[in-house]
Design a protein around this ligand. Sequence first.
Ligand SMILES: Nc1ncnc2c1ncn2[C@@H]1O[C@H](COP(=O)(O)OP(=O)(O)OP(=O)(O)O)[C@@H](O)[C@H]1O
Ligand SMILES: [Mg+2]
Length: 372
Amino acid sequence: MRVGFTYNIKKETEHSSAEHISEGQDKKVLNGNNIPDSYVDDNLVNNYSHRLSDVYAEWDDEETISAVEAAIKKAGHEVIRIEADENAFEKLRSTRPDIVFNMAEGFGGASRESHIPAILEMLNIPYTASDPITIGNCHDKSRCKEILTYYGVPNPGFFITDSHVNGHPKVKYPAFVKPLHEGSSKGIYNSSVVYNNEELNREITRIKDNYSQHSIIEDFLDGQEFTVALIGNGENVRVLPIVGINLDCLPADFPKIYSYEVKWYFDTRENKLDIFTCPAKISDKLTKRIEEICKQAYHALRIRDWARMDVRCDANDDPYIIEINPLPGILPNPDDNSCFPKAAREVGIDYDGLIQTVLNGAIERYGLTNSK
Ligand SMILES: Nc1ncnc2c1ncn2[C@@H]1O[C@H](COP(=O)(O)OP(=O)(O)OP(=O)(O)O)[C@@H](O)[C@H]1O
Ligand SMILES: [Mg+2]
């Protein structure tokens, strides 16, 4: 088949690498947690948002894009690369692939991830993953939670605002403050856990100033964290082995959250944090409950082909959906600790097999003939 491949490629920014940030610091000084000591300082909360540029954090690098392209080619297909920029519509219209493997995160606006699926829908070209409505709903964390709540799928209590609050009736401290429509932990730093009204308003201002958007303020879930990869459609949705996120390996004075700095700067290829356990070491009861709520969420949001969901427990070990990624991150190198490929490997599906399973799922869903 002629398979189009839509993606956004990461651009280098002034502060886009950990090396740049640690300039002038002794990069080799690591504490027992593989975290450079120089990062663990009193000014962390105040300095991080200025030190870490996250402009293109959601986009993919050439290594990932080449790996996906190679996987599609190995299945015997022709690949037409289409960068998801302003020329994408014309390229899709003129090349008219038989199907598109879409992993474009998009740019500009809250519905940026929906742009390519919407174009494909308009051009009547089949494509992998969810439709623009589902992707848009998942990308707006409050819309997503409203749907989950309607279907009785547990998720933390919340409200949204873009202005200061004083004694809001829904706030319970500690609370968690994050941008309403970002991914890759953009805008989520140690300071996102707030303990009083003043800290809450500081975060609301930071998010409005840096990301020009509302904050979503959630009840802080105090328990274990997991991430869960799902693949398939309808009755055949498969939950891959649950990945446990061991946040106890963070320094004692760090809140136990999977923040931007932990995700992208502490856990690097060179200094891997021992942060993931797959399958997670949890009881059968908790495993079953997590699988159950993730499948419910998958159907409630009408997700197609694949998605990764983040789950966290409260102090009673009851799991809640934190957020849903219908275009999951898939770094190919196992050293990069990317959770979806890791969970797939656990059940014997390698990187090529993962990409091909998603593509074949979409081919089947559209009733197309899988010709080479
Ligand atoms: N209500 C909450 N209570 C406790 N911790 C939370 C809560 N919401 C988010 N977190 C922490 O913040 C991290 C990032 O939040 P979230 O997953 O919503 O952001 P994201 O940017 O969409 O992530 P992704 O990289 O998966 O796209 C979570 O992995 C978790 O550690
Ligand atoms: Mg997340």
